[in-house]
Structure formats: C-alpha cells, structure tokens
Design a protein around this ligand. Structure first.
Ligand SMILES: Nc1nc2c(ncn2[C@@H]2O[C@H](COP(=O)(O)OP(=O)(O)OP(=O)(O)O)[C@@H](O)[C@H]2O)c(=O)[nH]1
Ligand SMILES: [Mg+2]
Length: 610
C-alpha cells in the first residue's frame, strides 16, 4: 500500500445555505483556473437552470484546483435534506471533508446527517465556521456546539482532533483564529494539504466505482468515479459489473480529469484520482469498472429509503396532447426509468394501470424538481397528491417520521404550534434568543409535512425558515384529516369569461384569467366553504333589450391566485390531480363529470404491479 502525494480528494458538506457553493467559488477564483473569456459569476458550480433559479444545489458536482503542485479534487454537495442521497453517493470518492457551519445558525439537522455519514466513512474532517462577517455571528458558541456534535458522532478518538478555520466565503477569505484579518483562502488550502490524507493506493489492476454519470451529445455517457487501484487509458478494454452481478465488456474511448470548470483529456489516469471516462454505455451509478484480468465488484453504494410517493400518469385531460412534445405512455415510462440511472434515491414502479407509474422520492422537493425538469424538457403528464410511504414491519404499519426545525419570530409561535399539532407534530425543543427570534423543533410524521410549506410561508409572511430531516419509520397514528376548503370546479368546457369569473368570485377565490381554456372537472378556484361546487365560468351575460342603470359598468375582477408547481402539489387533495405541461399547470378533479362525482365514483388509486 502506498500514498499519492500529488492529490487530495475532499467533499464539501453542510446544512442547506451554509455557503458550500460560495466557498467553492472562492477556491476556484483564487486558483485562477478560468480562461480569460470565462465569466466569473457567483455560485459557478450551480450550473443547472433550476439550481440557478432556486439558488440551491441539487446535484453533487466535481471540480479541481491546483495548489502548490497538488491537485485538490473538490466535490460540492447539496445541503437540502431531499437531496441527501447525493451526499451518500459521492462521499466514497473523498478522503476528507470540509464541514461548513454558519456562524449564526450553528449546526443544523442536516449538519448532523452529513457529518455522521462522513465520519462513518472515515473521512478526515476540517470544520469551517462560515459567514463570520454576519452581524450577529456567535462564533465561540457555534464552535462549542460543533465540538459537542463531534463528541456525539465520532467513530474514533482521532476524529475529535479536527482543525477549525473561520471563513467569509463571500469575500473569499479564511483565517485560523477568529478576529484575524483575512486576506485570501490560502489558509484553507494549506490546511487541506496538511490535514487531509493523500489517497491510498492499493496494488493491483484497474478498479473504479461509478459514483456519478453525465451525458454529452457527442461523447455519449460519461462515467465518473475515483480510481481505486491500477490505471486507465483510452482504448483500454474493461469489464463492467452491474447491480445483478452481470459482467459486460467495453472499450474506453477517452479519459478526462477535472481542472476548474474544464474536463481535460489525458492519456492515462492513475489510482487516487477522480476521472471521467467515455465509451462505457449503460453504466449505472454503483457499478464497478475493472480491468479484464481481475474482475471483482466493489461494494455498491447504499442509499437511504424514499419517504414520499406520488403517481405520474399520462395526461388524460380533454386538453391532452396539445402543449407537450412527449405525451405517450411509452415516452413517459422511458423518461422515468432513465431518471433512475442518475437519481439514485428515486424509485419507479409500474402499476396495474398501464398509463400510471408510482414514483418514490426523498421528499416533496425531490419529486417537484423531477417534475419541473420533465416539464421543461417538453413532457406532458398528470401527477397525484404526494403521500408518505408506509410499510409493515413485524405486523405493524409504520410510517416515516421527520425532525422539523423552524426558525421564526416570537409572534408566530401560536399559529405554528396550533397548525402543527393538528398535523400530529410533537414539540421537542424551543429556544429563544431573547431578541424575538425563536427556534422550534418538532417530531412530525412525513404525512404531516405534506402541504405544509405553502401554509407556513403565508402564515409567517415569508419571514421564517423550515428544515426537515428524516428520522426513522415509526408506528402509524392514523390519518390527518384535510381541512382545506372545497374547490370551484368548472362545469362546462370552453373559455373562461369575465362575467362567469365574476360570478365565481362571489363564491371564493379564482385561479384563472378570462380567456383561459377550461374543461369540465377543472379546478378554477377555491370555495370559501368546505364543499366543492360546480361553477360555470364560461357563462355569458344574458342579452336583453332592457337597459339597466348598472349593467354597462365594466366588471372588475380580483386578480387570480396563480400557483407555482410546488404550491399546486401542496394544494391538491387525494381525489384531485395536477396536470403538468410545458406551458401550463392546471388543477383538476380525478373524476371530471359532476354527476359521476356525485355518485361517489371516487377514483381508485392504481396498485403497484407485483
Ligand atoms: N454574509 C455572508 N453570506 C454568505 C457567505 N457565504 C455564503 N453566503 C451566502 O449564503 C447564501 C447561500 O450560499 P450557497 O453557497 O448557495 O450555500 P450552499 O451551502 O451551497 O447551499 P445548498 O447548496 O443549497 O445547500 C448565498 O446567498 C451566499 O451569498 C459568507 O461568508 N458571508
Ligand atoms: Mg450549494
């Protein structure tokens, strides 16, 4: 066994928004890996369109910088709990990690989750207290809490001996003592070289675990992983071992390493480095690629279970097939199963209805991102209300339970605790900082979290943050009754007009503008009472010969409430669907005709095919 001193492999891990991607920016900028014509924006690694829009990282990504002749391979990871599968997946590529902790928020639930995984994997940790420039930074306190977290999670005594740095990632500075003036990020680079062990090199033939996949229109599938032993070069013949142990044979086309934002073509890559290889078609994450002389599989990556499921079906609305490029069962099925190759915490199952698939993910956002991506690619489909996944263990029905952390203001405690107790949440902690800010911690079944986010934003006026983390499966305590008001359901097919909408507004809120195409069974608003009622929004005013003094006054409508995809998913009940097309997000009843709904033709949910 030997070491390779010219490389370090690190993962950057933290709770959501603690500044991981910003720190990667700083490392990239300082190491001047940009070409002159490359723009040096912010959050450079958040390159996917949805990541940029939402300002969060969704997928783990690789980059690398050179520092004092050593290549530091950096893996940026997402901090949102719904994407924690991404962290579990890539952590095996690293020997060390930078654990970022916000100097105000301190360690949060996801900090614990990612640190536990990193320590279990034996990664050498470096703690970076970030955002030290924030006005109410409480650095000393946050350091103590972080140390306590290590005491709780360390798997060996030497993991307790970790260096701490203090950073302002936005400015691109890091120092070794709080209060020291910061100049650049060199101290962090120095610390990585000194503390993170160089990669171990085992003797033997080429072996690599596929940890990430990418596509390129010209090069085809790109397989990314860390070479555990041996070396690889273009035109090498290799074997691939897939999940069921099947061995297939391939020829490597090209080999690349990372530097900054570039993938650089190389003639040979050696053990310890993180590389991208083309030419291996049909590789999946978790597969092992080996030399032909010693075909042995590495242990597959284990990922936590999904907690939330919903159905994806072919669009069955009367407006189907008009707005999307991909509308058939075959196209939908292919797209969903293709997603499994890269989105490894996702599950897809066929159901007894051939047009409907059951899709399971790590949370509502995990599924919403998939839906949004598909919609932008031109797919048209319908989705059901998300539900928590239950299962039977030792004859008992169990359901997922999560830890919910809320940072809010004093004045919202009452409204939040009341709403949460109806959702079977139990408060486990409440801390007040004496300045009107309070942190509430609850244990809540996942089903109680579904649909909570929109309510949360409205009731706290967008002034609070909520975070969740999966805890365990626990015995089920019965259903939560939805207390949402009823909906206004279009009773005719046609175009909505002002007169009809004005009448509907007499019953509640409306969701659509005049001119919107509607169909019978489409949800066009929310009733101010509990029942659903049919409304005819296409109805024109009766023409009469008699003039009335008020009839010519133009009707002024209240602007409609337009829902985003996530709001729509939050809103619907079990007997409703969201119709998703590249151009529109419509809400509808599963059963479209009023008379059938009256007869109680509750649309049954498709069952998973055995
Ligand atoms: N004041 C201050 N703000 C910072 C600092 N570092 C990051 N931020 C801000 O914090 C926000 C989140 O930063 P990101 O780098 O996207 O955080 P992240 O950890 O990558 O977030 P996810 O990938 O979504 O988990 C951005 O608005 C940054 O500008 C810092 O040192 N000081
Ligand atoms: Mg990020």
């Amino acid at each position: 066994m030997s070491f390779r001193n010219d490389i370090r492999n690190i993962a950057i891990i933290a709770h959501v928004d603690h500044g991981k991607t910003t720190l990667v920016d700083a490392m990239l900028k300082q190491s001047k890996v940009f070409r002159i014509n490359q723009a040096m924006g912010n959050l450079i690694m958040d390159s996917n369109a949805l990541e940029r829009e939402k300002g969060i990282t969704i997928m783990s990504k690789n980059t690398a910088v050179m520092y004092q002749g050593v290549k530091i391979n950096i893996i940026d990871t997402p901090g949102h709990a719904d994407f924690s599968g991404e962290v579990e997946r890539i952590i095996s590529m690293a020997d060390g990690c930078l654990l970022l902790v916000d100097s105000v928020e301190g360690p949060m639930p996801q900090t614990r989750f990612v640190l536990r995984h990193a320590l279990k994997r034996g990664l050498k940790p470096i703690v970076v207290i970030n955002k030290i420039d924030r006005a109410n930074a409480r650095i000393a306190e946050v350091v103590t809490i972080t140390q306590d977290l290590f005491l709780e999670l360390a798997t060996s005594a030497d993991q307790l001996d970790f260096p701490i740095l203090y950073a302002n990632a936005k400015e691109g500075t890091a120092v070794t003592e709080p209060g020291m003036p910061g100049k650049d990020i060199s101290k962090l680079f120095d610390c990585i070289l000194a503390e993170v062990p160089p990669p171990h090199i085992e003797g033997g033939q080429f072996q690599m675990l596929v940890s990430n996949l990418n596509y390129d229109n010209y090069k085809g599938r790109i397989t990314i992983g860390r070479i555990l032993r041996g070396k690889v070069a273009p035109h090498d013949s290799v074997a691939k071992i897939s999940a069921n142990g099947e061995v297939s044979y391939h020829k490597v086309a090209e080999v690349f390493t990372y530097l900054g934002l570039e993938r650089i073509k190389i003639e040979q890559a050696d053990a310890g480095d993180i590389v991208a290889i083309t030419g291996i078609e049909e590789a999946s994450i978790g597969d092992t690629i080996t030399s032909l002389d010693d075909i042995k599989a590495l242990p597959r990556i284990e990922i936590g279970e999904p907690t939330v499921e919903m159905t994806f079906g072919v669009n069955t609305s009367p407006l189907a097939g008009k707005e999307g490029g991909f509308c058939t069962t075959r196209q939908l099925r292919e797209r969903l199963y293709r997603e499994l190759e890269t989105n490894i915490s996702l599950r897809v199952q066929d159901t007894d209805s051939p047009d409907t698939f059951l899709v399971k993910g790590r949370g509502q956002l995990h599924l919403a991102i998939l839906i949004e991506n598909m919609r932008r690619e031109g797919y048209e489909f319908e989705i059901s209300k998300p539900e928590a996944i239950t299962k039977v263990i030792d004859g008992k029905l169990v359901e997922p339970v999560e830890l919910l952390t809320i940072d809010t203001k004093d004045e919202y405690i009452g409204v939040l605790t009341e709403a949460l107790s109806k959702r079977q949440a139990l408060m486990t902690d409440m801390r007040n900082d004496g300045m009107g800010n309070v942190r509430l911690v609850f244990k809540i079944p996942t089903k109680g979290l579904l649909g909570l986010h929109s309510y949360f934003l409205i009731s706290t006026h967008g002034d609070s943050i909520m975070n969740t983390m999966f805890l365990d499966f626990e015995p089920c305590h019965g259903e939560i009754v939805s207390n949402r008001n009823g909906v206004l359901v279009a009773s005719e097919t046609g175009k909505a007009i002002t007169y009809g909408l004005n009448n509907a507004q007499g019953r509640g809120l409306t969701f659509i503008e005049p001119g919107t195409k509607v169909y019978e069974g489409m949800i066009v608003g929310q009733n101010s009472r509990l029942q659903d009622i049919p409304v005819n929004v296409c109805k024109e005013k009766k023409k009469t010969n008699i003039r009335s003094s008020t009839s010519d006054i133009a009707v002024k409508l209240t602007p409609p409430l337009k829902m985003s995809l996530e709001q729509a998913i939050d809103f619907i009940n079990k007997d409703e669907l969201v119709e998703v097309t590249p151009q529109n997000i419509r809400l509808r009843k599963k059963v479209l005709t009023y008379s059938q709904r009256l007869r109680g033709a509750a649309a049954s949910r498709p069952r998973v095919k055995k």
